[in-house]
Ligand binder design. Sequence first.
Ligand SMILES: Cc1ncc(C[n+]2csc(CCOP(=O)(O)OP(=O)(O)O)c2C)c(N)n1
Length: 513
Amino acid sequence: MNGAESLVRTLSGAGVEVCFANPGTSEMHFVAALDLVGGVRCVLGLFEGVVTGAADGYARMADKPAATLLHLGPGLANGLANLHNAKRASSPVVNIVGDHATYHKEFDAPLTSDVEGVARPFSDWVLTSKDSSSVARDAASAIAEAMAPPGRIATLILPADASWGAADGPATLPPVQPRAGAAPETVAEAARALRSGETPVLFLGGPALREPGLTLAGRIAAKTGARLIAQTHNARVERGAGRIAVDFLPYPVDAALKTLAGTSHLLLAGSKAPVAFFAYPDKPSALTPPQCEIHTLAAPGEDVVRALEALADELDAHEDAPVQQLDTSPPPGGAVSPDAAAISVATMLPENAIVVEEALTAAGAFMSRTRGAAPHDYLQITGGAIGIGPPLATGAAVACPERKVVCLQADGSAMYTVQALWTQAREGLDVTTVLLNNRSYAILKGELANVGASSAGRTANDMMELDRPALDWVSLARGMGVDAGSAATMEEFNQQLDAGLRSQGPYLIDLQL
Ligand SMILES: Cc1ncc(C[n+]2csc(CCOP(=O)(O)OP(=O)(O)O)c2C)c(N)n1
């Protein structure tokens, strides 16, 4: 057995079933070992941002890591933006990055670079295997590191000679660090804050936004009058009819400040204290009012569900709060708008769908209108690096082949990782993409004013328009093997959405906004 085979056997033995890959010469032994071993499905992405973004989507839905396979420093570098999003989502990911054979490095061949240096800022753990007999043990460590709470990015660099040299066999997964529970004093302090009679907020993130956490949060809110607010950007939220509804903290600073105005105590439950996405002249960075006391019930890596359970017990909060009712508004006709499209999506969304949302200026409409949709999971861009939607949808569909994935996708962002459509076609993934075609970087037009940039001239405006030439989305999709149709009215959109949702494979709707 060689090092590559010991690696694949270790991945498979530890339950890593999928590898999103874009390989090169230095990874050929790994690719060959996949055939030899079996048990690890290898999914090709035609750009590394697709590979890392798909691994993120997979991890969010499978609650375990996928591996990625990337080609030396440049291949990893191409995947970093979505690795950043995955890190911010606390998604467990095991990157395997091929490198030159150890003895070849001194020759400074063209693809030579400091791979560890490239990996470090976007990884929680980085290791280069020193030889083929270490690879299996290193891989097992990488998997355990990725699975450590809250979910981490582990990057294992694999010199080509560590792949092809002899190995003893696979290694078993070392014990994975469990999530820490809340100390009794922490729970008591949180209970005191909630009983204070003032205006508390339970600020939810991470696993608190899945059904068990939400049910507990609902009971606590019903008992104490605390408001439930979710972080602005979340890896995964279980929402829709029959579940406890939570508002997301708005993205615009003024709206966020207004939402939190008058809050006396803010309890962090699997979340971080809310801050502005960017600094703006004359606006604060922290979004909580100055007099607000912030208490940590559970930090992102801690067991927030157990902490909420303990808090509910402490408060004797055992009565379920009312759940969200199903919204049955009919799909609207007439002129297209983000809001009208959001109503149609909400009404037509099948039960248990996975909604991937990278809708930017249309995000607010989709978020609020899908509140009363059939129960679904809602996946957002977590790290602000656009181009996550199509890969995220791809990875989610690989993780959950029995569920419909609906990707609500802004056009400018889609162009970063449009190649994901090809992977969706090749793998026959059940993803309906609603492509929000406004032919511009619309959000940046607002940001130009928000940051107080003075006169916006032709150059500035030109940096935000995508209409010269206009992108032909139906052709782009069809060119990658994805069936597609265009919609310029709501009647056309409703019909297209129905066609997409009925199809069992990928479909793209070019929605002309
Ligand atoms: C990797 C990366 N590059 C650039 C940006 C800056 N940026 C933020 S929003 C945006 C444009 C988004 O346009 P689009 O996806 O079409 O959505 P719209 O604003 O039109 O709704 C850009 C370029 C970013 N956030 N991430």
